[in-house]
Design a protein around this ligand. Structure first.
Ligand SMILES: [Zn+2]
Length: 95
């Protein structure tokens, strides 16, 4: 992983246009592949890791679940999972 400062230096040298990518790689100590990637607009220092908000589980109010009686964030995920599992059992048992 490259530091943003190093990437910025590579970009600056690329923008100057006086050094070849090979020379820039030698001067900055990064690989020619990385210099080439930076020249093409890729950012090896900032790998895209943006993910959705699906892991934001504790979203509901904390309360007493009417299904299992537990103190949970409603709607109760445990009861939801149990309901899905029970439904699956019924379906497979009918065949
Ligand atoms: Zn429950």
């Amino acid at each position: 992983m490259l530091s943003p400062a190093l990437v910025a230096e590579v970009r600056r040298l690329l923008a100057e246009g006086r050094l070849s990518q090979r020379r820039i790689a030698a001067v900055t100590g990064v690989s020619r592949t990385t210099v080439s990637n930076i020249a093409r607009g890729r950012r090896p220092d900032y790998a895209p890791r943006h993910q959705g908000d699906e892991l934001d589980l504790a979203c509901g109010p904390l309360g007493r679940c009417p299904g299992c009686g537990g103190r949970v964030f409603l709607p109760c995920r445990l009861c939801h999972v149990r309901a899905v599992a029970a439904r699956g059992k019924k379906q497979s048992g009918a065949e």
